[in-house]
Design a protein around this ligand. Structure first.
Ligand SMILES: [Zn+2]
Length: 182
């Protein structure tokens, strides 16, 4: 199985690896420790110390923090339990009229503001735009990825996590808790 240097994987992530070398990696079977190399690179780039369990995006990570599994931004901002859609805890900028959508789309490219919203999800910690989605009005934020971490670690990586939690969507539970607290 091919083994590539961490420095090359880092260049691949940053899009600065020369095309022939990139092709070389693409065409080869993945090296067995590719995931670990990727995590190692990302761990060096974030400002927090907690262990990254799984990257969600180049900016967002599921980390192990004091026995809990939470989503953190690269800046360290904590979005809470990974089983609740992190978007609920972000700052949300909504474009839903011609003036605001017109800053993004030109002419006929613009979706009909009477039914489309463009939502920009922003980190309260560092102000980075983490995600953008175009959704019909009234549609809840898309929960893009709820991984089964225990299965991934035990069956794919062959090293089970020390604890285990049920991989279930907690988003509605979180919203219910907010309602009850009022
Ligand atoms: Zn942030």
């Amino acid at each position: 199985m091919a083994e590539f240097h961490k420095a090359d994987i880092e260049k691949l992530i940053d899009g600065v690896l020369p095309w022939p070398a990139t092709q070389d990696i693409i065409k080869s079977p993945k090296d067995s420790d590719r995931f670990d190399k990727y995590i190692e690179i990302m761990q060096e780039r974030v400002t927090f110390k907690e262990t990254i369990l799984l990257p969600l995006t180049p900016m967002l990570f599921i980390v192990s923090a004091d026995g809990a599994r939470v989503v953190k931004c690269r800046c360290g901002h904590d979005f809470g339990d990974y089983r609740t859609n992190w978007k609920l805890s972000s700052l949300i900028h909504v474009r839903d009229d011609e003036a605001s959508l017109g800053e993004i789309y030109k002419g006929r490219e613009m979706p009909d503001p009477s039914w489309t919203q463009l939502r920009e999800y922003i980190c309260p910690g560092c102000g980075s735009q983490l995600e953008v989605e175009a959704m019909p009005r009234g549609c809840p934020p898309d929960f893009e990825f709820l991984p089964d971490l225990d299965t991934f670690y035990s069956e794919w990586l062959g090293r089970p996590l020390p604890d285990s939690v049920a991989s279930e969507d907690k988003t509605l539970e979180t919203i219910a808790d907010w309602s009850a607290a009022k």
